[in-house]
Design a protein around this ligand. Structure first.
Ligand SMILES: Nc1ncnc2c1ncn2[C@@H]1O[C@H](COP(=O)(O)OP(=O)(O)OP(=O)(O)O)[C@@H](O)[C@H]1O
Length: 688
C-alpha cells in the first residue's frame, strides 16, 4: 500500500493551568491511502478534533509526526482543507464571493477566467447555482454547509478534513449532503478524513472507520473495514449483508467505552490518600512499603532478584520486599487472588485468564475464584522469549529432528500415548507448544496428552519416564541437555521471536489502593530489567539467580543461553542467542494490547476461557499501557506501545488485530470456541 498520509506514533499532551499536563492522545498510528475515506469515531472528548487539527497543521503533535506525501505537516497548507460544523463563511460575502476568495488566494497561477470557471463549477457541484448571489444569512444550514464543502473542494486540496460537517443539520438535509459529498469525493479522488458521531454516516461514507478509546491517553481501539463496493447508494448500503453486523460492532465498541467511562468516574483520584483507618503514606508518598512478591525459580526471575539485590526496590521507596519462592504457577495465582501475595511474577496469559475466570481448577483450587474471575492488572512485561521445547533423547535416536518428524512418529504409532509437560494453562509454554503442535498437524489434546508440571519438576519427570518432553523456561531445558536426558527440538525464537513471557501481576483493587506503590514497583523493576540486558552484568546476575533462595541451580547449566552459546543437545553447533532472555531492549516491557489479544484468541482456541466479545474493554483493563507509560516517563525511558499491526508466527498465518475472530476461524485445530461478553463483577475487585 502506498501511504498518502501517515500519523506516525503521535501523542498530544496539553499543558494544564495547574502546572500538570493532560495526555489527550497516545501513540496514534495510522496510514491512509490516497483516495481513501476514513472516519474517526469515539465518545465526546476522546480527541477526534485534536487529531484532525494536527492533520490540518492547525496543531502540532507533542511526540511523533504527521507525514503527508513524505513531508511532515508543520502548518496549514493549501493541500489540506478543513470543513467545520459551523461553516466558517464570511457573512458579508455572497456564496460566489466566499468561494472566489479562497480560489483567488490559492490558485494564483491560474488566469482570472480559469478561476472564475472553477468557482462556477463548484457552485454547480454543490447545487447552489440559484443561490450563488445570496449571503450566508439568506441561506439554510444545509446550503451553508454546501458552500463550505464547495469552497474546500474548489482549491483542489489533496486532503479534505471534515469535522462533524453535518452535525447541525436536520436529517433530510444531512442525508442529501452525505450523498453529494460521497459522489464528489469519488469523482475528484480526494482523500477524506471525517470526524463523526453518527455510525450510519460513517458506514455510508467510509472505507475504514477508526474507533478511538476514551481519554486520557486515547488511542485506536479498533479499526473497522467497510467492504461495501462503490459507487454506493444509501439503500444498497443499508441492505448490504454485513451492514447490521458492522453497525452492531461500532455500537458495541462505543458501549464498551461508555461502561469504561462510568467505571473510571467511580474510582477515587489516583493520588488520594487511602480511606481506611490505617491510612499510611511513606516519606516518598507510597501507601505500602513492605511487599511480598511471588516468583518461580527460573532464569527469567532475574529482574526481581536484581531489584532486590541491587537495591532498586529501596531506591524507589519500597523499604522491604520479601521475594517468596512459590512451588507452582497455580500457587502464584492463588497467592495473588487471595491477597497472600501483594504481587507476583506471572506467566503472560495469567492476568487475562484470571480476569476472565478460567473454567478449570488450573489457576485456583478455590472454584469460586477460578470460575468467576478476579480482575488482575499488568503494567509491565518482565521478559520475552526464554522457553524451549525439549524431547526425551530417545526421540532423537529415532530420528526426530523437527516438527514434521514428530508428526510422522506420532502418526506411525497411533496406539502409543505421548505426554508432554507444560507449566500452566495460561502460560505461553502451553499456548506456544499447542500452537507449534497444531501448526504441524498434531492435535495437542487428541494426539497426545499435556500435563501441568511445575518448572523445577520437569527434569525429574522426564527422567522418571512420566513425560516424553516439555515446554518450559530455562534453566530446565539446559539441565536436561546437560544431563543427556533430552534435546531441544525448538526454541520459542523459532516459533514467535519476541513474544511476551513473564509479567508483573497484581489484583486490580491492590493497584487502586496503592497507586503510588504500584508505580514505584514498576519503576524499580523497569530499571532492574534495563540492568539485566546489559551483557556486562550477566555474569554477576548469573551468580545471584543461582543462589539457593532463588533458582538454586548450578552455574554450568544456567549459563547457556543466558550468557553463553545455547546448547540444544543436538548436532547443531551451540550458538549465542542474544534475544533468548530479553528483559528490556526492543520495547520489551510495554504490555502491548495486540499481543494480549493474540493470547485471548489462544485461550479461547483451547477452551481455557471464552473469547470476550468486549475484548477491547478487557485488554484496556488488564494490560495497563497507561500505567507502564507513566512509570517509563518518570524514569525518562521511551513509552511507546508496540505497533498495532498484523503479525505472524512461524507458520506465516497472519494475525490481524482488527479481526481476531476471523483468525480463530482460520485455525483448523481448535476446541469449541465460546464467544461471550465478560462483565467483570466490580464487587470482587472492590471488596478489599
Ligand atoms: N488546549 C487544550 N488544553 C487542554 N486540554 C485540551 C485542549 N484542547 C483539547 N483538550 C482536551 O483534549 C481532549 C480531546 O479534545 P477534542 O476536542 O479533540 O475531543 P473530541 O473527541 O473532538 O470531542 P467532541 O466529540 O466532544 O468534539 C478533551 O479532553 C479536551 O478537554
Amino acid at each position: 500500500m502506498s501511504v498518502f498520509l501517515e500519523v506516525d506514533h503521535v501523542d498530544r499532551i496539553f499543558p494544564l493551568a495547574n502546572g500538570g499536563s493532560y495526555i489527550a492522545l497516545k501513540n496514534i498510528e495510522l496510514k491512509i491511502k490516497q483516495g481513501e475515506f476514513v472516519s474517526l469515531i469515539g465518545h465526546s472528548g476522546c480527541g477526534k478534533s485534536t487529531l484532525l487539527n494536527m492533520m490540518a497543521g492547525l496543531d502540532r503533535p507533542s511526540k511523533g509526526g504527521i507525514i503527508l506525501e513524505g513531508r511532515e505537516v508543520t502548518k496549514p497548507g493549501p493541500d489540506r482543507m478543513v470543513v467545520f460544523q459551523n461553516y466558517s463563511l464570511l457573512p458579508w460575502l455572497t456564496v460566489r464571493q466566499n468561494i472566489a476568495l479562497a480560489v483567488n488566494k490559492v490558485l494564483k497561477d491560474k488566469s482570472a477566467i480559469e478561476r472564475k470557471e472553477i468557482v462556477q463549477h463548484h457552485i454547480d457541484l454543490v447545487g447552489l447555482r440559484n443561490a450563488a448571489d445570496k449571503r450566508p444569512g439568506e441561506l439554510s444550514g444545509g446550503m451553508k454547509q454546501r458552500v463550505a464543502i464547495g469552497r474546500a473542494l474548489a482549491i483542489r486540496p489533496k486532503l479534505l478534513l471534515l469535522d462533524e460537517p453535518f452535525g447541525a443539520l436536520d436529517a433530510l438535509t444531512r442525508g442529501g449532503l452525505q450523498e453529494q459529498l460521497m459522489q464528489i469525493c469519488e469523482e475528484s479522488h480526494v482523500t477524506c478524513v471525517m470526524v463523526t458521531h453518527d455510525v450510519d454516516e460513517a458506514l455510508l461514507l467510509s472505507d475504514r472507520i477508526v474507533m478511538l478509546t476514551n481519554g486520557p491517553e486515547s488511542h485506536i481501539g479498533q479499526i473497522l473495514e467497510v467492504p461495501i463496493p462503490r459507487p454506493r447508494h444509501r439503500l444498497e448500503v443499508v441492505n448490504h449483508p454485513n451492514y447490521y453486523s458492522m453497525r452492531n460492532e461500532m455500537i458495541y465498541f462505543l458501549n464498551q467505552q461508555k461502561r469504561d467511562k462510568r467505571r473510571k468516574a467511580k474510582q477515587p483520584e489516583k493520588t488520594a490518600v487511602p480511606t481506611s483507618g490505617k491510612a499510611f503514606i511513606s516519606r516518598k508518598g507510597l501507601e505500602k512499603t513492605t511487599l511480598e512478591i511471588g516468583f518461580i525459580p527460573l532464569t527469567d526471575c532475574a529482574p526481581l532478584v536484581v531489584a532486590q539485590e541491587k537495591g532498586f526496590f529501596k531506591k524507589h521507596g519500597i523499604e522491604e520486599v520479601k521475594l517468596v519462592r512459590e512451588p507452582s504457577w497455580k500457587a502464584i495465582a492463588e497467592g495473588v487472588a487471595t491477597r497472600r501475595l501483594d504481587a507476583a511474577q506471572m506467566v503472560a496469559g495469567m492476568p487475562l485468564a484470571m480476569t476472565l475466570g478460567m473454567n478449570s481448577s488450573a489457576f485456583s483450587s478455590t472454584s469460586e475464584i477460578s470460575q468467576a474471575g478476579v480482575p488482575i492488572v499488568t503494567a509491565l512485561v518482565l521478559s520475552r522469549n526464554g522457553n524451549a521445547i525439549t524431547l526425551n533423547k530417545s526421540f532423537y535416536r529415532q530420528g526426530v529432528r523437527n516438527l514434521a518428524d514428530l508428526k510422522a512418529l506420532i502418526s506411525d504409532n497411533p496406539q502409543k500415548s505421548h505426554v508432554m509437560g507444560m507449566v500452566h494453562n495460561a502460560s505461553m509454554h502451553n499456548l506456544i507448544l499447542r500452537y507449534w503442535l497444531a501448526a504441524g498437524g498434531i492435535d495437542p489434546d487428541l494426539d497426545m496428552t499435556l500435563a501441568v508440571i511445575s518448572p523445577p519438576q520437569m527434569v525429574a519427570n522426564l527422567k522418571a519416564g512420566n513425560i516424553d518432553g516439555y515446554c518450559v523456561g530455562e534453566p530446565w531445558n539446559s539441565r536436561a541437555v546437560h544431563e543427556n536426558l533430552g534435546y531441544v527440538i525448538a526454541t520459542d525464537l523459532d516459533i514467535w521471536a519476541g513474544h511476551p513471557e513473564k509479567v508483573l501481576g497484581m489484583r486490580e483493587d491492590w493497584v487502586n489502593q496503592n497507586p503510588n506503590t504500584h508505580i514505584a514497583l514498576v519503576k524499580a523493576l523497569l530499571e532492574a530489567c534495563d540492568y539485566c540486558d546489559d551483557r556486562r552484568h550477566r555474569e554477576e546476575i548469573l551468580g545471584l539467580i543461582c543462589r539457593p533462595q532463588y533458582v538454586g541451580s548450578a552455574l554450568e547449566y544456567t549459563r547457556p543461553g543466558f550468557l553463553t552459546a545455547y546448547n540444544k543437545g543436538t548436532d547443531e553447533i551451540p550458538q549465542l542467542l542474544p534475544r533468548f532472555n530479553q528483559f528490556h531492549f526492543d520495547n520489551t516491557n510495554c504490555p502491548g494490547r495486540v499481543e494480549g489479544l493474540w493470547i485471548l484468541t489462544q485461550l479461547a482456541r483451547w477452551g481455557i476461557t471464552p473469547f470476550p466479545k468486549n475484548w477491547v474493554e478487557i485488554l484496556e483493563r488488564v494490560r495497563r499501557v497507561d500505567l507502564y507509560g507513566e512509570a517509563a516517563r518518570q524514569l525518562g525511558f521511551p513509552d511507546i506501545e508496540p505497533d498495532r499491526q498484523c503479525f505472524e508466527l512461524f507458520d506465516r498465518m497472519v494475525f490481524n488485530p482488527d479481526d481476531p475472530l476471523g483468525y480463530l476461524q482460520r485455525l483448523t485445530i481448535h476446541r469449541e470456541i465460546r464467544v461471550q461478553e465478560i462483565i467483570i463483577d466490580d464487587s470482587r475487585s472492590e471488596a478489599a
